[in-house]
Write a protein that binds this ligand. Structure first.
Ligand code: UDX
Length: 447
């Protein structure tokens, strides 16, 4: 009989995972503790913007016309425990307030609520990004609190999805990593992932600590690549070099690779910044902090870029105060194709300029509601054209396709000065210069 799957926690990761599991042909039951979220998902609505997710959900949520009916949602822990052969734990692990460490309270709470109901054999699979050693601890917790005892087993299966590409990353992952302690656990996970593995996704079997570490190591490497190229941008700025050409040239070396070498105002979002900090905190607890001191530098290069963008703006405006200056900001989300504004470099820059007296107007294709909630005192506009009206300078801070497709000539008609600073090096300098704009990128020659 086909496996029955549950997904605990229906945020970004969980909602995508649940829909993907239904797409792979399984009966899926999703659980969340927030009633509004469950109600939305039951209507086939997604609480965030993620390309393709709503369509996938509507294809499978029971009760929606024409759906497969394989995907349902509940708030009942007993129902979930009774239903599932495999329980995916997808609760979030934010950064602790005022600390580097990871806040494990949502994960711990989910285990506390599920364990007492586990009366029949089941595999509980952790997917959240956690400090190494958590799986060991949670396995001991399950053994003690699940009535099924050893039949309620733990496995660890980190998730590598990227926002904006979540559906694709879940259905066709670059690799599937499973930390297991028994053949039974491995066999069950091979069954769950048979389709992507059949289509070529490598399946890496390992122990608990390695599985947990793969995730934090991968994110640390990505963060390092970005901060490396941003450090090179700083040097290019000092030496009048061009970091875009430099990245292209070094990227041709296959050992280096061209991806994740886009210099700009740095990384943000709900993962990379907090994951490298939590990794440092955990290494400290383990007495291995020296191994990760370089991540402190990665973090500080990254945070420095935001301040440098502010200074570049000040300088472009002739130096001095921002008072009386109108600054248009294109982009609010931490990356394109997402409505996520968590730790967004774009909003951080906008906020700094606003605090220093600049009159800031922000436009973003999808992130306006979230931005407004987080930064209610900034000015907002409904379109890019409206945002730049009367601007002394335009800052391009999130590289949405919509901004690349703007007509610089048309946009130039409404501004006070044709001055654009490209914080993502994603616009075509020639196009803008031809339309009479002064274009400046990050780590690029000024003329
Ligand atoms: C990341 C990891 O990529 C993913 O594997 C993991 O599961 C979760 O964390 P995500 O947070 O969605 O995914 O964003 P990602 O695409 O990695 O980008 C992170 C940030 O880096 C963004 O702010 C992006 O603008 C920035 N970035 C990315 C750069 O500044 N330069 C680059 O070259 C690439």
């Amino acid at each position: 009989m086909a496996l029955k799957i549950t997904v605990i926690g229906t945020g970004y990761l969980g909602a995508t995972h649940a829909a993907a599991m239904a797409e792979l042909g399984f009966e899926v039951l999703g659980l969340d503790v927030v009633p509004e979220k469950i109600a939305m998902l039951q209507r086939g609505e997604v609480p965030m913007y993620e390309p393709g997710l709503e369509e996938l959900l509507r294809k499978h949520v029971a009760g929606i016309e024409g759906s497969s009916g394989r995907l349902r949602f509940t708030m009942d822990w007993a129902e979930v425990a009774e239903f599932g052969d495999v329980h995916f734990m997808c609760t979030n692990t934010p950064q602790k307030h005022g600390e580097y460490a990871c806040d494990m309270s949502y994960v711990d709470r989910a285990f506390e609520l599920l364990a007492p109901h586990l009366t029949r054999p089941a595999l509980v699979v952790g997917k959240s990004t956690v400090p190494v050693g958590s799986a060991d601890r949670l396995a001991a917790y399950l053994a003690e609190h699940a009535p099924a005892g050893a039949d309620a087993e733990l496995a660890w299966n980190p998730e590598f999805l990227r926002e904006g590409l979540a559906v694709e990353d879940t259905l066709r992952p670059d690799r599937i990593v499973v930390g297991v302690r028994s053949e039974r656990a491995e066999k069950l996970l091979r069954e769950v992932y048979a389709v992507p593995v059949g289509a070529g996704s490598p399946f890496v079997v390992t122990d608990f600590p390695t599985a947990e570490l793969v995730k934090t190591a991968a994110n640390s490497f990505l963060a390092t690549k970005i901060s490396f190229i941003n450090a090179m941008a700083e040097v290019c700025e000092a030496a009048d070099g061009d970091v875009v050409k430099l990245a292209e040239a070094i990227g041709h070396d296959e050992r280096i690779g061209s991806k994740f070498l886009r210099a700009g105002i740095g990384f943000g979002g709900g993962c990379l910044p907090k994951d490298i900090r939590a990794f440092m905190a955990r290494a400290g607890e383990l007495g291995a902090d020296q191994a990760l001191t370089f991540l402190r530098e990665i973090d500080s290069i990254n945070m420095r870029r935001r301040g440098q963008m502010v200074e570049m703006t000040r300088e472009a405006l002739g130096g001095g105060s921002f008072l009386g200056k109108r600054v248009a900001v294109l982009g609010a989300t931490f990356k394109p194709d997402s409505d996520d504004v968590r730790d967004s470099p774009a909003l951080n820059v906008a906020g700094q300029i606003h605090l220093q007296g600049g009159q800031v107007t922000v436009y973003d294709p999808k992130g306006m509601d979230n931005a407004l909630r987080l930064f209610p005192t900034l000015g907002y506009a409904d379109t890019a054209v409206e945002a730049v009206r009367g601007a002394d300078v335009v800052l391009h801070l999130t590289e949405w396709r919509e901004f690349r497709e703007l007509d610089p000539a048309e946009l130039g008609e409404g501004v006070r000065a044709r001055l654009i600073l490209d914080g993502r090096n994603a616009l075509d300098p020639e196009l803008w210069r031809k339309a009479g704009w002064t274009y400046r990128g990050m780590g690029r020659p000024t003329a």
